[in-house]
Design a protein around this ligand. Structure first.
Ligand code: GLN
Ligand code: ZN
Length: 768
């Protein structure tokens, strides 16, 4: 029985890689200095795992930006627009230019596209393929890192994304071909890599094919069969570990069981039934091993040893101990580095801390599980086992977690609770009378520029250099100026600007019971960017109003409507570490009730328009289509619960970025928000077509300008977009707003852009 790790966090315990990369990009350290930081992180990670007792330690899991981009460079899939840069620069600078774009000395090349890695919050750089795409071994990173580990006395297991998943992660940049058709041209370069690794002494190779967790076409499935048979023919001595994670194999299982690989890795956290499915099928070949992903690589909870050992026993009883490997469910890059660094007992109490495990602790868990399963440590004598049992028991019964009031409230939700009193048509009449807005009403999505100054106030307040009163005064002044600016500009529905908020989820988490925060629980999101998600550990409730004070204050400054601004339950859930001791639907419903209370309190305070942001609804969609209906059912319901406590004439808005809603437009309509604002400008209103074709019944604000760029749009451009929108949506249902919040923009461009936006709306009013 071996222990098998799939990947270790590469950001460094104190985000050393982030800091070094950003210094390098700013020209403040040399390439060699950056490379040295990378080398030290790799060495530390390998040594930590070796010392802990991991048998199969991954290499090539390190990356200066993204593992998909690493492979793109390895395979020489370099889009034409970088050819000049490739000639004039080092491979490292070419790599960063592909990741981030490059704008210097007359050179101006855009970055490659970035998108979400399956259903995680990690983002990868999307490979671009042409019809006659060529592949060549362009970078030997994977081989160099293997040799580097050997020099440290550690023979690692090189990890790379499998050829089928690599192609499927990419995009065709020309018409008339499908990227999977490139498989035969791609495979020889994989052979070259495998040959080189074998020559250097590699014994195990991990090939990640997480697309096996998705619904594949026959052609894609056949490509899997083809690839792994070819690899086996050419490299009979290499031990290939085929890794799938994030969901079940589903209908791909038959195909997978027929593959001539050394080991299959299973994500038993996301798909606990998979082991039974495989054992019961009787189709696992006699020489194939199973790597059991029993330790959750994507969440922060301590493993339940009793439960994991029962799973492991089932496998060893059926197959024998020699054919079993113990592993995390997926790469640990989705976990924070080390719980030992959490020393602030004020935010993370010892009681909660004992329930958690970060990457380093997960490594220790994997080794302990192996020891227990091999009877090398007797369970009764083991302090670790006893501690684990106590921590898990404590978590089941802790007063910190369980709040009967909250549980009862969820249990007593009735059908009416997720419905407004009357239909949209009826509510609309009341809202028209109550709000008295012009045609093409203008508004913004909520945040106004979060300047360095504002962030410095917050830092000073947190460190005690500003009193609450001083901090509030500064924020009030900023809010007032923002209200005045909106009044002067002639915006119809104002916002307070969200200056008091660090982050749209953290701000609410900090005020809700059942949430806690880490000091150093960073996880890579993309490139040098890391996020520190809140931890939802217990039943969620709202002790006191969270936003009413600011909304009331802003409304008191102006006779115009100020929109109350909230983050919705699904987004709060998606962007946090979520408890694993109850279904996500249950936690989401608890958050929905807390937000509902806030909505009702805002209404009581005289706020007539309330926006509940739900940018994460779409990204929460499960990987497998057969699970969509269940997810959408509880997610949409949670939004409706949060929005349905108010009277007809209170107008509920929602906002969503990334507005590709083709598959779920019915569900978006079922949310029944009075107004939805969406991101549309980059696609030239194309994203609005789904709403138009569906005859979306409620009001809609398609974004008329791109807030991701400092560029100030012209009035004309926005008029044109609004004309396009008017052609497909009834004009009395259209709103005028930017694509998203203005938090990352500067005041200068924000002011200019909004003045033009209001002028565009006025021009539209005159025209109709
Ligand atoms: N109200 C938020 C803001 O304006 C919405 C952000 C988002 O959609 N991601 O910042
Ligand atoms: Zn947005």
């Amino acid at each position: 029985m071996k222990t098998n790790n799939l990947g270790y966090p590469r950001i460094g315990n104190n985000r050393e890689l982030k800091k070094a990369s950003e210094l390098y990009w700013a020209g403040k350290i040399t390439a060699d200095e950056l490379l040295e930081v990378g080398k030290n992180i790799r060495a530390a990670n390998w040594q930590l795992q070796a010392k802990a007792g991991i048998d199969l330690i991954p290499s090539n899991d390190f990356s200066f930006y993204d593992q998909v981009l690493d492979l793109t460079l390895t395979l020489g899939v370099i889009p034409n627009r970088y050819s000049e840069i490739a000639k004039a620069n080092s491979p490292l600078d070419l790599y960063f230019a592909m990741a981030r774009g490059s704008q210097k000395e007359g050179q101006d090349v855009v970055a490659m596209e970035m998108t979400k890695w399956f259903d995680t919050n990690y983002h990868y750089i999307v490979p671009e393929f042409t019809k006659n795409q060529k592949f060549e071994l362009f970078s030997t990173k994977i081989i160099k890192e293997f040799v580097e580990s050997k020099k440290l006395g550690i023979t690692t297991k090189p990890v790379l994304i499998g050829p089928v998943t690599y192609l499927l992660l990419g995009k065709e940049k020309e018409a008339d071909f499908h990227r999977i058709d490139l498989i035969e041209k791609l495979l020889p370069v994989y052979f070259e890599i495998l040959t080189a690794l074998q020559n250097e002494g590699a014994e195990y190779i991990q090939l990640d094919e997480p697309f096996l967790a998705l619904n594949l076409t026959d052609k894609e499935r056949n490509a899997i069969t083809y690839v792994y048979n070819e690899i086996n023919k050419k490299f009979p001595a290499l031990k290939i570990i085929l890794a799938n994670y994030f969901d079940c194999f589903g209908e791909n299982l038959e195909t997978v069981l027929a593959l001539p690989v050394h080991t299959l890795h299973l994500d038993l956290v996301r798909c606990s039934s998979q082991l039974d499915d495989i054992l019961d099928s009787g189709k696992l070949a006699g020489n194939v091993n199973l790597s059991l992903g029993v330790v959750d690589g994507r969440n922060i909870w301590k493993n339940d040893f009793k439960k994991s050992l029962a799973t492991i026993k089932k496998a060893t009883d059926a197959l024998g101990k020699d054919r079993i490997l113990i592993a995390p469910s997926c790469s640990l890059i989705h976990s924070p580095c080390d719980l030992d660094l959490e020393t602030n007992e004020a935010t993370l109490t010892p009681e909660i801390k004992q329930w958690l495990a970060f990457a380093k602790q997960k490594i220790e868990e994997i080794v302990l599980l192996q020891n227990f399963a091999l009877d090398e440590i007797s369970l009764v004598d083991s302090v670790s086992f006893q501690q684990n049992t106590i921590a898990n028991k404590n978590r089941k019964t802790s007063k910190l977690i369980h709040n009967e009031g909250v549980k009862n409230r969820v249990a007593s939700i009735t059908t009416g609770d997720d419905q407004r009193e009357n239909t949209f048509a009826k509510r609309r009449k009341s809202q028209i009378d109550a709000l008295n807005l012009p045609l093409f009403p203008t508004t913004t999505i909520g945040s106004f520029p979060q300047t360095a100054e504002i962030r410095s106030w917050r830092a000073k307040f947190k460190s005690g250099q500003l009193t609450q009163q001083q901090y509030d005064d500064l924020l009030q002044k900023e809010t007032e100026e923002t209200i005045r600016f909106q009044e002067e500009t002639g915006i119809d529905v104002l916002v307070h600007g969200e200056f008091e908020r660090n982050d749209m989820v953290e701000y609410f988490g900090e005020q809700l019971d059942g949430f806690t925060f880490t000091k150093n629980g960073w996880v890579q999101s993309y490139g040098s960017r890391c996020v520190k998600p809140p931890v939802i550990y217990g039943d969620v409730s709202r002790p006191t109003p969270m936003t009413v004070k600011w909304a009331e204050f802003a409304q008191s400054l102006t006779p115009k409507w100020v929109k109350g601004m909230l983050t919705g339950p699904v987004t709060i859930l998606q962007w946090s570490f979520v408890r694993n001791d109850q279904p996500h639907s249950e936690t989401c419903t608890q958050i929905a009730l807390a937000i509902r209370d806030e909505v009702v309190d805002l209404e009581k305070a005289g706020i007539k328009i309330i926006q509940i942001d739900e940018p994460a609804i779409r990204e929460g969609l499960p990987l497998r289509k057969e699970e969509w209906a269940n997810y959408l059912d509880w997610a949409i319901k949670a939004f409706r619960i949060s929005a349905s406590g108010v009277k007809d004439d209170t107008q509920i808005h929602t906002h969503m970025c990334y507005s590709e809603f083709n598959d779920i437009i019915q569900n978006i309509a079922d949310m029944d928000a009075d107004v939805i604002t969406i991101e549309c400008s980059r696609s030239q209103m194309e994203l609005l077509d789904v709403f138009a074709d569906f005859k979306y019944p409620n009001e809609i604000g398609p974004g008329v300008y791109d807030i991701h760029s400092p560029r100030v749009p012209s009035r004309n451009e926005m008029v044109q977009l609004l004309e396009k929108a008017s052609a497909v949506v009834p004009v009395d249902k259209l709103w005028v707003n930017p694509d998203c919040g203005l938090k990352t923009r500067h005041w200068d461009e924000t002011k200019k852009a909004l003045i033009e936006m209001v002028a565009a709306a006025q021009q539209m009013r005159v025209a109709v």
